[in-house]
Design a protein around this ligand. Sequence first.
Ligand code: N01
Length: 560
Amino acid sequence: MTNFQPGVEESVKTHYDVIVVGAGMGGIYAVHRFRKDGLSVLGIEAAPEVGGVWYHNAYPGARVDVESYDYCYFFDQDLYSDWTWTERYAAQPEILRYLNYAADRLQVKPSILFNTWVNGSQWDPDTHRYVVTTDTGKTFTARYLVMATGNLSKPRKPDFAGIDEFKGEWHQSAHWPRTPVQIAGRRVAVIGTGSSGVQAATAIAKEASELYVFQRTANYSVPAHNREADQERHRRYSSKTETIWKELTESGGGIILPPVLGKAGDYTEEQQQQLLEERWAFGGQALLGLFADQGTDQAVNDIVSNFVRGKVRQMVKDPETAEKLMPTSYPIGVRRLCIDTGFYDIFNQENVTLVDVNADPITRITPTGIQAGDNHYEVDLIVFALGFEAFTGALDNANIRNEHGQQPSDLWKRGPRTYLGLMTAGFPNLFTLTGPLSPSVLANMNAANVQHVDFIADMISHMNERGLTRVEPTEEGQQAWMDHAASLAKPLLRLAHDNYMVHVNKDDGSRVFVPYSGGFNKYVDQCNEVVAAGYRGFAFDAVRDEAGELTEPVASAHAQ
Ligand code: N01
């Protein structure tokens, strides 16, 4: 297969204003926005087509857990209104179609080099450019490097003993093959019960002859109540995309959800239960934003956690299985809430067995199945849904080096350090979309990506209008952001519980909560304040000649 989409081959040149790595929802918008600003842009994508995680996570049952109407681009009214969602929570194939639709409409594909891995990015301090190399042997230079590679995009590899001897088929949920995988009539194991495992198991249970769900930590899951898309709502949004976008940026998660209803103590016990029932019936993330103090007060959190445990007890007929499925090791909302479409019900099916990995640890994969404790489970197919090397995995892949030969993760040994989640001190002109210390996994990824790209594009325009060629956070600016983010995370129950969102320093037990926890709305306000204060916390410079004069032309205004 060619590495070039039609139109690229003729136009490929070695230097660009911006290289955007990754062609998921962030990368697609980035290529569009930078190009619209009159910049020369090259997108580089490892996959043969756009989509990013929505290309790779093609496992059965994969579906968005933010309502479809909110999970799309709002910057172009026609782009919004000309698309029709079929489901309230779109499934992966539909999202991939949507992203292709957007990429085609915006005509970004010709600016993207597909089937190409970035395997090195070296900052050149003399020219203020990155030298970007690829696995196809091509080298490019770019003034700005924008990593649209996602924060949950490098899956953890299964490293179980014996895996190479397995005679059946195995796949990772996050690297699902493009060729159909037979499920019907086969004995299947799903290992992992985070959002991916819960979705995969629910879908696989419908077809497999036997399904073994290997659970290490029971997670809270609430029903999506997925149904046909609300076309009236879509029409309403279509007629006022700017207003809806404003609402998203004024919301805590970049999602339109029922509002927080004050503290739990404002209500009687009976009212609390009534409200919980209403949120359960609404479905999805709404349960997390009910009481203002459920994320900080253990007793209030218990009310919500116990409510969900009660639901599990009602839904799962076998009391022993129900007990194992009830999360007890952490408060609700501390880890990502799973949003399901009948997950608990599958355990009432004859063909589904829950395997408690804590009671019976997986000791090895055998040629015919999985050995867990004293039990051997014969299977034909294993699905690994083991999570991701969150936040840093994809960045490390690109082998980005500053002038001292360091990668960002070399400076992040005690937890990621960034300014606004967008840049990290020591790495000029390198931008990360949905990076650590931005709302990232706590916000609608689409909204966050668009906001980040707009911030970066405006900053580049600001620089071009002044002949500036280098930007980097100051140590003080970055530290102030880290302190601000840490102070917001400090009272949260979630800081004390291990999962991919918390970086724990083993020597002193100190913890960094990696996403920005102040809410998408507060984050957007902070970004706007930084800009209004003349890009407070950033230091700019320019390539100068021996006489100290600027060498780059000053752009009068950016193109439209
Ligand atoms: O990954 P996870 P995920 N033996 O890290 C288990 C987003 N997402 O891919 O909890 C046995 O949550 C591990 O066990 P434990 C969303 O942001 C969104 O499911 O570590 N088990 C856990 O159960 C989500 O938060 C959607 O004890 C092992 C599981 O593997 C994020 O992606 C859909 C194990 C990993 O869970 C990650 O979700 C899907 C072992 N050796 C994902 N190692 C949407 O709907 C790990 N596990 C948009």
